[in-house]
Design a binder for this molecule. Structure first.
Ligand SMILES: Nc1ncnc2c1ncn2[C@@H]1O[C@H](COP(=O)(O)OP(=O)(O)OP(=O)(O)O)[C@@H](O)[C@H]1O
Length: 339
C-alpha cells in the first residue's frame, strides 16, 4: 500500500537576514496509512515547517511531497482547500474560539464544509460523546480545563472526518497526567476511527506512549528514523541519545554508580534488556564459569508490548572468567561497563 504521506528529498528554504534558512533540508520519510508517526526534535529543528508543508500552508522549495496520492506542489489554492478537509489539526494552545460554545467550536468546520443543520447536530453529539464531553456542549472554552480544551480541539479536528490528524505539540501545555489522558484519546482516534496521526513533539515520552515509528529531526534533517522500539533500545545519533536519556532513568550514573562500585565486589556491568529469557539463560551459565553475579540496580517495563529496560549486575570472579561471561552477554545484548 502506498504511504499516505511521503516526503521525497524535500527542502524548504526561507529567506533570512543572514542569508537563507534551510528549515527543512533534504527530508525523506514515509507515513503509512493507519499508523501513528512521531516527529521529534528540539526547538528550531523544523517540525512546524514540516507540518505546514503537509497541510499546504507552505510550499516545498524542492523535492516532492505526496499526501494521499496527490503531489501537494501541483495543487491549486482551491484544490488545496479541498485537500485540507482530509487533514485535521490540533495545536499546543488549542486555538478554540473563545466566544463560541464547545458545540459551536465543533460545528465550525462542519458549517464550512456545508453540512445541513440536522446532520451537524448529530455529528456534534457523536463527537462530544467520543471525546467524553457530551455534558459540556454548552460550556465556553474559558470554563474548561486544559485537557478538556484539547478534547474539544480533537473533536473539532475530527468533525469533517479527516484521514490524517496532525498534532503539533498538542500536549506541551498540559501536566503529565492530563498529557496521558489526551494521548490515550489520540490512540483511541487511531484505533477506532483508523485516522493516521502525525505527532510533532519535543518530548520523547509522547512518542514512547503512542507512536509506532518516529523520525528524529535536527537542523532540518532526519538524524534517524525507525520503529520506536529500535530507536529507544539502540539510539545511534547523538541527538537521539540525548532524547532517550531524558526518559530512561534505569541506568546508574554519577554518585549512584560510585556507590555501587564502592559497596559491591567485582565489576559493575549494565545489560540492556529486550529479551529477558535469553538474558536469564546466559546469566544461568555464570556458575559454570565460576562467576557469581548479583543484581544491584535496574528496571524493566514494556515498550510496544515488548520488555525493555536494563539490569545492572556486579560480576565477581577471576578476571578471565568474568571476561568470558561479559563476552557471552555482549553476544546477545548491548553491555555498558564503568571502569
Ligand atoms: N516563515 C519563516 N521565515 C523565516 N524563517 C522561518 C520561518 N519559519 C520557520 N523559520 C525558521 O526555520 C527553522 C525551523 O523552524 P520551525 O518552526 O519549523 O522549527 P520547530 O522545530 O517547529 O521549532 P519550535 O518548536 O521552536 O517551533 C528555524 O530556524 C526558524 O527560525
Amino acid at each position: 500500500m502506498a504511504p499516505i504521506i511521503e516526503f521525497r528529498d524535500v527542502t524548504k528554504v526561507f529567506p533570512g537576514p543572514q542569508g537563507e534558512i534551510r528549515a527543512v533540508d533534504g527530508v525523506s520519510l514515509a507515513v503509512e496509512k493507519g499508523e501513528i508517526f512521531g516527529v521529534i526534535g528540539y526547538s528550531g529543528a523544523g517540525k512546524s515547517t514540516l507540518v505546514r508543508l503537509i497541510n499546504g500552508l507552505e510550499r516545498v522549495t524542492s523535492g516532492q511531497l505526496l499526501v494521499d496520492g496527490d503531489d501537494v506542489a501541483a495543487l491549486s489554492e482551491r484544490q488545496l482547500e479541498v485537500k485540507r478537509r482530509d487533514i485535521g489539526m490540533i495545536f499546543q494552545q488549542f486555538n478554540l474560539f473563545s466566544s463560541r460554545t464547545v458545540a459551536g467550536n465543533v460545528a465550525f468546520p462542519l458549517k464550512v464544509a456545508g453540512w445541513p443543520k440536522a446532520d451537524r447536530d448529530r455529528r456534534i453529539a457523536e463527537l462530544l460523546d467520543f471525546v467524553g464531553l457530551l455534558d459540556r456542549a454548552h460550556s465556553y472554552p474559558d470554563q474548561l480545563s486544559g485537557g478538556q480544551k484539547q478534547r474539544v480541539g480533537i473533536a473539532r479536528a475530527l468533525a469533517a472526518q479527516p484521514k490524517i490528524l496532525l498534532a503539533d505539540e498538542s500536549t506541551s501545555a498540559l501536566d503529565p497526567q492530563t498529557t496521558q489522558d489526551v494521548l490515550r484519546l489520540l490512540k483511541k482516534v487511531n484505533d477506532e476511527l483508523g485516522v493516521t496521526i502525525v505527532v510533532i513533539t519535543h518530548e520523547l515520552e509522547v512518542v514512547r506512549s503512542i507512536a509506532d515509528r518516529v523520525a528524529v529531526l535536527e537542523g532540518g534533517r532526519v538524524a534517524e528514523q525507525g520503529s520506536v522500539f529500535d530507536i529507544f533500545t539502540n539510539p545511534r545519533a547523538d541527538v537521539t541519545q540525548r532524547f532517550v536519556s531524558t526518559v530512561v532513568h534505569d541506568r546508574p550514573r554519577g554518585a549512584v554508580l560510585d556507590r555501587l562500585q564502592r559497596t559491591h565486589r567485582g565489576r559493575i556491568v549494565t545489560a540492556t534488556v529486550t529479551d529477558g529469557a535469553r538474558l536469564g539463560a546466559t546469566l544461568a551459565s555464570a556458575g559454570e564459569l565460576g562467576v557469581t553475579f548479583e543484581i544491584v540496580y535496574g528496571g524493566i517495563g514494556t515498550l510496544q508490548d515488548q520488555s525493555f529496560g536494563s539490569l545492572t549486575l556486579a560480576l565477581d570472579g577471576a578476571e578471565a572468567d568474568v571476561d568470558a561471561l561479559v563476552g557471552r552477554l555482549r553476544a546477545i545484548t548491548p553491555i555498558e561497563e564503568a571502569r
